[in-house]
Design a protein around this ligand. Structure first.
Ligand SMILES: *[C@@H]1O[C@H](CO)[C@@H](O)[C@H](O)[C@H]1NC(C)=O
Ligand SMILES: *[C@@H]1O[C@H](CO)[C@@H](O)[C@H](O)[C@H]1NC(C)=O
Length: 158
């Protein structure tokens, strides 16, 4: 009985993964054409434990819209407590993330792509910013959150 319970917990722990496709997430993005890819299973906030890659980030124009694309790599929706994806940004490496967009998880299958438009905020400082995607599972049988970050450079409007 105990063995079964432990096995089920391990199984649950491997469920509900997310990757950020655009802008491209920090680190690698391997094997995402299959559900359960390790690169989409990062549960350490705020950035999945991945270090900034500030010189590889793309440039976004303040005040313009940008389409963020995520992949639900592995589904773990429950009808009793549906989750969501949030898109958040902060400038620099310190401070609070501010939510820019939210997508409800409506129980789409694994490997579904989700897109949402964000309006790029105006930079307060040097414009190096972290765009964060969080899969909030709200599923007691799965990790509460999955995290990915992308490094972006916000260009002020000319
Ligand atoms: C950006 O998106 C918002 C909300 O969807 C829209 O109202 C606005 O016109 C768009 N701005 C640009 C520059 O496309
Ligand atoms: C984002 O904005 C573009 C350009 O305005 C529009 O074509 C597209 O449908 C929007 N996407 C979403 C997911 O709202």
């Amino acid at each position: 009985m105990k063995t079964v319970a432990v096995f089920l917990m391990c199984l649950a722990g491997t469920w509900a993964h997310m990757c950020m496709i655009s802008p491209p997430q920090r680190g690698s993005m391997m094997g995402i054409n299959k559900a359960g890819a390790d690169d989409c299973a990062l549960v350490t906030g705020p950035c999945g434990g991945r270090m900034p890659m500030p010189h590889t980030g793309i440039a976004l124009m303040a005040g313009e819209n940008f389409t963020v694309t995520l992949q639900k790599n592995l589904d773990h929706w429950t009808s009793s407590s549906p989750g969501m994806f949030t898109i958040n940004m902060r400038e620099g490496e310190e401070g609070e993330f501010k939510q820019l967009a939210m997508i409800k998880d409506m129980g789409e299958p694994s490997l579904t792509l989700y897109s949402t438009n964000i309006t790029v905020p105006h930079p307060m400082g040097h414009g190096m910013a972290t765009l964060q995607a969080v899969y909030v599972t709200k599923n007691p049988q799965a990790p509460a959150m999955f995290y990915e970050c992308a490094d972006v450079h916000i260009m002020p409007r000319p």
